[in-house]
Design a protein around this ligand. Structure first.
Ligand code: AMP
Length: 218
């Protein structure tokens, strides 16, 4: 199973990425984590990207793409599955990632879109700041990261819809509930990926599933 996630900061990419990785026994490749690790170890790459992370700005595409290519080559050797968390962040990364995937014969089977509103995301990230002390979890920087998400990341969702691999989930609910829904949707997709070409599939929109089952939105 090869999954990439598109989600605003605070929507639960890290949590759900770890769940997907454990469920399918595939590597969880989280670009933000990899970059923070470089910063913590004060590597050359870490020094080159620290300011971008602190300000909530995107690191130059090529740096992230090189890092991810390396991780995907390792994932190929480990069986070929992956869950990508944090990339792509803009259309250029989406296109280049697709090329890299084609060259390695491991393009994504599913683009998982986690949807959540800005007020809830700000609340979650400020709560996380108290626990994790990330340099980019201050109110100003969170606001910048959310704005950047709407400006350059959210538009790529449609691109995956056109490619027939999009699954959208409402991430405003408790993590366990969102996780269960994601795994159920991915199991359905797993049954399709080997038999139905992406062009012949339709996007799956589960964002109003809770409401359809009588859930009251707060
Ligand atoms: P995240 O942990 O996914 O929220 O990412 C934290 C920070 O890492 C982001 O605010 C960016 O500065 C940087 N970053 C992570 N992934 C990417 C990417 N694909 N392209 C550019 N910058 C990234």
């Amino acid at each position: 199973m090869r999954v990439l996630m598109i989600a605003p900061p605070g929507a639960g990419k890290g949590t759900q990425g770890a769940l997907i990785a454990a469920h399918f026994d595939i590597p969880h490749i989280a670009t933000g984590e990899l970059l923070r690790h470089h910063v913590a170890r004060d590597t050359e790459l870490g020094r080159a990207v620290r300011r971008h992370l602190d300000r909530g700005e995107l690191v130059p595409d090529q740096i992230v793409l090189d890092m991810v290519t390396e991780a995907m080559i390792a994932a190929k050797a480990a069986g070929g599955g992956y869950v990508l968390d944090g990339i792509p962040r803009n259309l250029s990364q989406a296109r280049q990632l697709y090329q890299i995937g084609r060259e390695l014969d491991m393009t994504a089977d599913v683009a998982l879109h986690l949807q959540a509103g800005d007020d809830e995301l700000m609340r979650r990230l400020l709560a996380r700041a108290v626990l994790e002390h990330r340099s980019d979890d201050t109110e100003d920087v969170i606001a910048r990261r959310l704005a950047l998400y709407h400006e350059v990341t959210a538009p790529i969702v449609d691109w995956y819809g056109e490619r027939g691999i999009l699954v959208s989930v409402d991430a405003m609910r408790p993590a366990e509930q969102v996780g269960r829904e994601i795994l159920a949707a991915l199991e359905v997709m797993r049954a399709l990926v080997d038999h139905v070409p992406p062009e012949a599939r339709r996007a799956i929109d589960l964002t109003s599933l809770g409401v359809a089952f009588g859930e009251v939105r707060g």
